[in-house]
Design a protein. Sequence first.
Length: 308
Amino acid sequence: MGSDGGRGDHDRLRVLVVGAGLMGSQIGCEYARAGHAVAFSARDPDRARARVQRVLAEAQALGVFTPEEAAAAAGRVAVHPPARAAAEPADLVVESIPEDLELKAAVLGELAAAMPAAVLASNTSSLSITALGERVGAPERTVGTHYWNPPLLMPLVELVAGERTDAAVLNRARQALTSAGKRPVLVRRDVPGFIWNRLQLAVLREALWLVEQGVATPEEVDEVIRDGLARRSRLTGPFETAALGGVDTFKRVAANLLPELSGATDAEGLDRWTGRPAAELEALRRRRDRALAEELVRERREAAGPGR
């Protein structure tokens, strides 16, 4: 097995990651772990290099990269200022910059012109891929690859096609994600928020209502979601749960309850209930990441089979 982890040159992608922040740095490191050549485009290359080094060190500490994988990934990564990064051809461009349509379109538009064969993937969590592709000037090559935080530890990625995304481009994006160990979930219509954020925000809206109305404290709502709904939902999704519980029963409950649910159109007041000391938040993040890493390592071990 060669230094590229067994990936032949014909399978090796040239990946350009625009933005090396919390999300972009982890996304790029995963592609590097998979054997691809990764270049980061960053306005502050030194800061970006330091962040990439931290990601590789943390991935190794959590056990999701072996020491050998982390070292090999580091050798496949380069960090450049935007002008130099744009001059190098790429097969896949992954944009992970602030959630601003015009900013994303300007950055991807320049790269689309410079790289006429590249797949253009945006990590947007809420913007229309159709609208973004039109503004970029390459709607047929524009897709959404929405990673969930922390991307290093979350195996699913939403794969979003715009109205004019070419089917072959969508398939290339799917193959790239799969090569990096991800499980792409196809979003079949380009709707605001896609799948994950529509579900997440629907739950958050009702959680906020329950707290604001004095039904429960934030801690109690978190407990019910974390140790109740999430515990079961890890095994059965909402449609499976309804099938097991009885569709007629769920329909009767829905008829009684749906008219009573929150119809809020904003999350005003959320900051009132989420303030915590920085040290407490860091401890919470570490606990979450350790548990996610342990689960991911176990899944990879089971997928590899006996003796691997």
